[in-house]
Design a protein around this ligand. Structure first.
Ligand code: SAH
Ligand code: SF4
Length: 348
């Protein structure tokens, strides 16, 4: 086996064997990383040209009933200062975002029982009523089939639920009391209901092996998500993983580029976590095949509290200024911000 051959075959077939993927991840060097990135860029351009889609992220609550070992807003973190947004506050964020050209709102939060189905349906339908041409993405964790269906019927278009890791043992080690099968069933429910569904994972989770990453890539290829969120693990000081190293920049970029080759049409964000480990993270992600960014629209007064990991990038940038900065930034490295809903082509 040889790294270049594997890259060319991935590029040609949009597929690869487990052995080849493992060999690629373990043997790629600076030179053939450039080849991998160039090929990922080329494949992205076939579907999306040089367009980068923007999504306005509204972090609706940092209360969470789960206890994920890596996450700063986990239930047992008594140091987290909790908040939740009302419907009116969420609508205010959306209005600000809409004025700035955001055609997708992403409502993300911890698994907060305060938001009953009834409350969520009211929030979603109010957003849809005021912004009928905008897409709504939810990222609120695991729910029943009935809840997902109710949100979809109320107008939600997309749902982000990272699988976190496709290795059952690792999954269950980092999610105390949770079952891997439940997560996968949620993803299947979302897809079956008709959502543009997003899977994804972290690179560099404590004790994650290269084989675990291969499992993630194989899972993606099989599941065929419409969107895929991949970012480095970043430690948070008030979690059990506080002493572990962050996921690496090159490794994350490699995995993103491979994902683009495996899933040519996937919507692939260059995540805030990637920007948080390196000031050039966003740019490098986009060059390697990412085509989405998700700027923050949460109320300034609450932003610091939605702390999943330490040293989160861009949290205190003012929205209008930041929006201009994005345009400038993205065009400087040869891409163009696209102000449309940016649906996956299979859902248009
Ligand atoms: N509660 C929902 C959505 C909010 S968390 C859920 O868990 O699905 C959104 C994502 O943040 C998670 O899927 C996880 O992959 C990521 N995340 C959480 N803690 C992180 C950390 N310490 N480093 C990097 N990403 C993290
Ligand atoms: Fe809650 Fe999501 Fe954080 Fe897990 S990752 S503790 S579910 S907010």
């Amino acid at each position: 086996m040889n790294v270049e051959e594997i890259i060319y075959s991935l590029y040609k077939n949009n597929n690869s064997s487990e052995e080849e993927l493992l060999f690629l991840i373990q043997n790629i060097d600076k030179n053939n990383m450039k080849l991998l990135i160039d090929k990922a860029d080329e494949v992205r351009r076939r579907t999306y040209k040089n367009k980068v889609y923007i999504r306005g992220l509204i972090e609706i609550s940092n209360y969470c009933k789960k206890n994920c070992m890596y996450c700063g807003i986990r239930r047992d973190n008594t140091k987290a200062c909790r908040y939740r947004l009302t419907k009116e506050e969420i609508l205010e964020c959306a209005r600000r975002g809409n004025d700035l050209g955001y055609k997708t709102f992403v409502l993300q939060g911890g698994e907060d029982p305060y938001y009953t189905d009834e409350i969520m349906v009211d929030i979603i339908s109010s957003l849809k009523k005021e912004f009928p041409n905008n897409a709504i993405t939810l990222s609120l964790g695991e729910k029943s089939h009935d809840s997902y269906k109710a949100f979809f019927d109320a107008g939600a278009d997309r749902y982000l639920l990272r699988h976190e890791t496709a290795s059952k043992k690792l999954y269950e080690d980092i999610h105390p009391g949770e079952k891997f099968g439940d997560r996968i069933n949620c993803l299947k429910d979302l897809k079956e209901i008709g959502y543009q569904t997003g899977a994804g994972f972290m690179v560099g989770i404590p004790n994650q092996t290269d084989q675990d990453l291969v499992n993630d890539l194989i899972f993606l290829k099989e599941f065929q998500p419409a969107m895929c969120g991949i970012g480095p693990f970043i430690s948070h000081k008030d979690t059990p993983f506080n002493n572990y190293e962050n996921g690496g920049l090159d490794k994350t970029i490699t995995i993103l580029a491979i994902t683009r080759l495996l899933l040519p049409q996937v919507l692939l964000p260059s995540t805030t976590a990637l920007s948080s480990i390196d000031p050039k993270g966003r740019e490098l992600g986009i060059k390697a095949g990412c085509n989405v960014i998700m700027p923050n629209l949460s109320p300034m007064s609450q932003r610091k509290k939605y702390s999943l990991y330490d040293n989160k990038a861009y949290i205190l940038d003012e929205d209008a200024e930041y929006r201009k900065m994005i345009d400038k930034n993205i065009s400087e490295f040869g891409f163009k911000v696209e102000e449309s809903r940016g649906d996956n082509p299979n859902f248009m």
